[in-house]
Design a protein around this ligand. Structure first.
Ligand SMILES: [Zn+2]
Length: 509
């Protein structure tokens, strides 16, 4: 006889899971938008203890092991199992997270000259520091504090998270367990990233010295990660991206491609000023697809446009999902897919025609802007490739913890050309291979864009037939499919870096 408790069935778990997720998401929305002083998550976990309980896990594990590979039962069970495993681990680690959050909000960097800077301000101050000696000394003081206090906490969390996932006993080791749960082939992706770094090395060797010399006034061999922050902070074009015009022009564009930017009122734009509201735009799907918040405080500038487009992509995805899809296809699944739609929108900032039509950039600036965008894109892809190569080894367990900081510095420095700090080896880590979701989103986005151009021409973003197709063929499916399944269905192609390399080559001219 199965060990499943009589009171629990998959359908009850789906219903309870959805209510739990809605309450967590609403709490985040209220806290991050300034409507509530802080998120109170513990009472929600307590109310829904059964959803994340041992019986639920046993039932889903049984369904997972008992269903045929490739069946829809297996797909649903895998999504529910991944979610339960991660949510249970997060609940176990909540205490460590609270300790970290408390540390981050109170920590102070003390510099050699006696001055003090709050830890949370450091990244912004480093990026904004015009004087290089100032930038480097602040970063050195930051790294010393991180090494002494934050890195040990982060290391403990990574170790415990790894042990918790492995204790599911699904496959030997963390990486195969993650692959089995997520459907994301990490090891083949790492190989693709090694290939991408090799294939773009010559191009990087050509543009890296040029941008470092011109943007920072230093020799390429001296450049550090803190210099990269300053270089990418460049605000040269910000005047052409005014805050006042942002929401209106982007909503106009979505309308011109035949889609409703508010998805029939299901996307709610929370754009007012409010004390306690996070400065960065975010999307909070509170009920999917019926109640999705896009929260922002428009500042204007290139980064703001980018973030707004990215979050709008997420919001339109959630708000257009089929309501009759089960919980797991609307709330769970491979986040490479929703990140792909977010990137489909933020990559409009790399489209010449779009920039000329919807921003104030103008013909005289657009070529220089695109060249800088090509440099940035190549930098980010090389950085993320380096990250996943390093993080695979971190989670794999083959390298002792003590040797990881040197491995981190070597891997990231050789991928990007900027010298990294050993202190950041456990801090600059995307937990549970989220970097892999981004990399696959990047690849899928390039294929989706290619498909849109083939079907709806270069300016698909204002073709009134494109929006309905995107909504019906892509958004409606939620996250039922893995990124590689969607690539096959939509573009008839495999996920790869090739189309991204071509688009970077075009931008760099
Ligand atoms: Zn995103």
């Amino acid at each position: 006889m199965p060990t499943t408790s009589l009171s629990l069935s998959l359908d009850r778990l789906r219903a309870g899971g959805e209510t739990f997720m809605e309450e967590i998401s609403r709490e985040h929305y209220l806290a991050f938008s300034g409507l509530k002083p802080q998120a109170e998550l513990q009472p929600i976990y307590a109310r829904h203890a059964a959803v994340l309980g041992d019986d639920a896990l046993a039932m889903v594990l049984e369904q997972f092991r008992g269903s045929a590979e490739g069946s829809e039962e297996r797909r649903s069970a895998r999504l529910l199992l991944e979610w339960l495993a991660e949510a249970r681990a997060s609940r176990e680690l909540a205490e460590l997270d609270e300790r970290e959050i408390a540390w981050e909000s109170g920590a102070v960097i003390r510099r050699a000259d006696g001055s003090q800077v709050p830890y949370q301000r450091a990244a912004i101050d480093i990026a904004n520091a015009i004087d290089r000696a100032e930038r480097l000394s602040l970063d050195a003081a930051r790294a010393a504090l991180v090494k002494a206090e934050l890195a040990p906490m982060k290391q403990e969390r990574l170790e415990r998270d790894r042990d918790l996932m492995q204790s599911l006993d699904l496959a030997g080791g963390y990486v195969p367990t993650f692959e089995a749960l997520s459907g994301v082939p990490v090891r083949p992706l790492v190989e693709q990233c090694r290939g991408f770094l090799r294939d773009t090395q010559a191009m990087w060797d050509e543009v890296f010295p040029e941008f470092v010399r011109r943007g920072l006034g230093i020799e390429p061999g001296e450049a550090t990660r803190s210099d990269a922050l300053a270089l990418l902070r460049a605000r040269e074009f910000d005047a052409h991206f005014p805050a006042a015009a942002m929401e209106e022009s982007i909503r106009r564009q979505v309308g011109e491609m035949g889609a409703d930017p508010a998805a029939g009122g299901r996307v709610r734009f929370d754009t007012g000023e409010r004390a306690g509201k996070r400065p960065r735009a975010f999307c909070a799907p509170v009920r999917v697809p019926d109640e999705v918040y896009l929260v922002l405080r428009p500042h204007g500038g290139q980064t703001d446009y980018n973030t707004f487009l990215h979050e709008l992509g997420h919001a339109l995805h959630f708000a257009n999902m089929r309501a009759d899809h089960p919980f797991e296809f609307r709330w769970l699944g491979d986040n490479s897919v929703t990140e792909c739609y977010a990137m489909l929108f933020d990559h409009l900032m790399q489209d010449r025609g779009w920039l000329l039509r919807y921003t104030g950039l103008g013909k005289s600036n657009v070529e220089r802007f695109l060249r800088a965008a090509g440099f940035e894109e190549l930098h980010f892809l090389r950085r993320y490739s380096g990250k996943i190569i390093y993080e695979e080894q971190l989670y794999d367990g083959g390298v002792p913890w003590g040797a990881l900081p040197d491995l981190y510095v070597d891997t990231l420095t050789s991928a990007t050309g900027f010298r990294y700090h050993a202190a950041d080896a456990f801090v600059d880590v995307d937990a549970r291979f989220y970097a892999a979701r981004y990399l696959r989103a990047w690849q899928l986005q390039a294929l989706v864009t290619r498909t849109l151009v083939e079907r709806f021409d270069e300016d698909w973003w204002r073709n009134p037939r494109a929006g309905p197709w995107i909504v019906g063929e892509l958004f409606a499916e939620g996250q039922r499919e893995l990124a590689q399944e969607q690539a096959t269905r939509v573009a008839g192609a495999e996920l790869s870096f090739a189309p991204l390399v071509r688009s970077i080559e075009r931008m760099l001219g």
